[in-house]
Design a protein around this ligand. Structure first.
Ligand SMILES: *Cc1c(COP(=O)(O)O)cnc(C)c1O
Length: 464
């Protein structure tokens, strides 16, 4: 039998750090990453055959649980017809329509392979559309690892303690203004000074890569207001929150927009467009705001490499081949990935969201009870079913921005993480990440988690 330790030793010879994405290396919590052999429903199994209830959910995509039989079947069927064509398919249109049906502001959708590409393209599109160079982002918001957006970018970067990254020329981020999150005054001042030069504000709809740090009341609306006034665009990065916090993502959750789910058309109509007319005055009349460009990833690919950006037809038509903003991808809209994404959205009905909300509330309550019982100072931030825990004296008064998030006592999370792992629960190996649940987390899986929490919080209480 091969152990994770052996596997990690071999991997570190062949791959930098033994991993293909830094957080997987357990750098901030220490110890050996579990090498995963199999995932099913709410569980993952490592090379040694240990079974864990999974609260990583591949960092968000497995909303339905791992290896949902209908998603696997859709991918299998697609694979039988060929892995990639480099030519358009009807499934891409169907997936675009499924996205539009949930988030009507996204009248047209372009598919890419990663969230990084989606946000990179969104920024390029905003610059091309406005003819301006400067962009605004917020400290602690992560938008993938493209050069221009890797300034004060949260989670992985936070955990490594790097200011941004080596290898990025100063000129690349020179046009990126980084502001503290949730600071409406700083936002207004930046627009007073540079408003006419700013192409866009890019924001996580609700930041989830410095831990969960929800926008304060009116923050997203303030972004909408200053960008509109200055002729800049508002990019809402829903790569993590999209189709997870609600059927219409965090935006739907905050703006009170509820698509009828499952928001997909009958098969015979799938390749036809849903109604794109009148969304501004009709369906969205009750929404308090809407951004110009959305980016999606994670859930939208159902576990396959797929992400997307969507906006009004007017903005989207600036993309090649119609417009002057170039963007492309050999594997973009890949038939296996679109099959997985489409099936996932088709299956993600209101019952799925209700269930994830319910088990998330259960876990949040269990955490609060244990933290109170052990007297651990903490903040538990949540937006719907997404939440994360900050422990330590430094965070007891709340976490509303990146500096406050960094004031958490990482040693407490490390102790908690390893106690949970020993009890058969796999948490994100970093205190700067959100925890993810799925529709497959049934009571049996939840009981494993709920039984492990008190002891693990005790370990956190004793950590120094
Ligand atoms: C994960 C994430 C990205 C990057 O997506 P990748 O597919 O990892 O490139 C971008 N923005 C947000 C908000 C994310 O959570």
């Amino acid at each position: 039998m091969t152990t994770s330790k052996d596997a990690f030793t071999r991997a570190q010879v062949a791959i930098p750090g033994g991993v293909n994405s830094p957080v997987r290396a357990f750098g901030s919590v220490g110890g050996t990453p579990r090498f995963i052999r199999k995932a099913q429903g709410p569980y993952v199994w490592d090379d040694e055959g240990n079974k864990y209830v999974d609260l990583v959910c591949t960092w968000g995509p497995s909303l339905l649980g791992h290896a949902h039989p209908e998603v696997i079947e859709a991918v299998r069927e697609a694979a039988n017809s060929g892995l990639s064509f480099g030519a358009p398919t009807d499934t891409e249109t169907a997936l675009a329509n499924a996205i539009t049906a949930r988030v009507p502001v996204a009248e047209k959708v372009r598919m890419v392979s990663t969230g990084t590409e989606a946000t990179m393209t969104a920024v390029r599109l905003a610059r091309g559309y406005t003819g301006r160079d400067m962009i605004v982002k917020f400290a602690g918001c992560y938008h993938g690892h493209s050069d221009g957006l890797l300034a004060a970018a949260g989670s992985g970067v936070a955990t490594q303690g790097l200011p941004g990254s080596a290898g990025i020329p100063r000129g690349t981020t020179a046009d990126t203004i980084v502001l503290p999150y949730n600071d409406i005054d700083a936002l207004r001042q930046a627009f007073e000074k540079y408003g006419e030069k700013i192409a866009c504000v890019i924001t996580e709809s609700s930041p989830a890569n410095m831990g969960i740090v929800p926008p304060v009341d009116g923050f997203n609306q303030a972004i909408r207001q200053v960008t509109t006034a200055a002729g800049a665009l508002m990019i809402m990065d829903e790569v993590l929150t999209g189709f997870r916090v609600s059927g219409a993502g965090f935006w739907g959750w905050e703006a009170g927009y509820k698509p009828t789910l499952p928001a997909t058309l009958p098969p015979e109509a799938e390749a036809q467009a849903p109604a794109r007319s009148n969304w501004a005055k009709g369906e969205l009349a009750e929404a308090s705001y809407y951004p110009d460009i959305f980016t999606f990833g994670k859930v939208v690919g159902g576990g396959m490499p797929l992400a997307a950006l969507g906006a009004s037809a007017k903005i989207m038509d600036y993309l090649a081949p119609l417009g002057p903003v170039y963007q492309a991808g050999t594997l973009s809209g890949n038939p296996l990935a679109t099959a997985a994404g489409l099936k996932t959205l088709q299956l993600a009905d209101q019952g799925v969201y209700d269930h994830v909300d319910k088990v998330s509330a259960q876990l949040q309550q269990a955490l609060r009870d244990a933290l109170e019982a052990e007297g651990v100072p903490y903040t538990l931030n949540s937006v719907g079913n997404l939440f994360s825990l900050f422990m330590g004296e430094g965070v007891a008064d709340g976490v509303r921005n990146y500096d406050q998030s960094k004031a958490q006592d990482e040693a407490r999370y490390t102790a908690f993480f390893h106690a949970m792992l020993a009890a058969g629960v796999a948490l994100p190996p970093s205190c700067y990440e959100a925890w993810f649940l799925s529709a497959a987390h049934d009571q049996e899986a939840m009981d494993v988690i709920l039984n492990a929490v008190p002891g693990a919080i005790r370990a956190a209480a004793q950590a120094r």
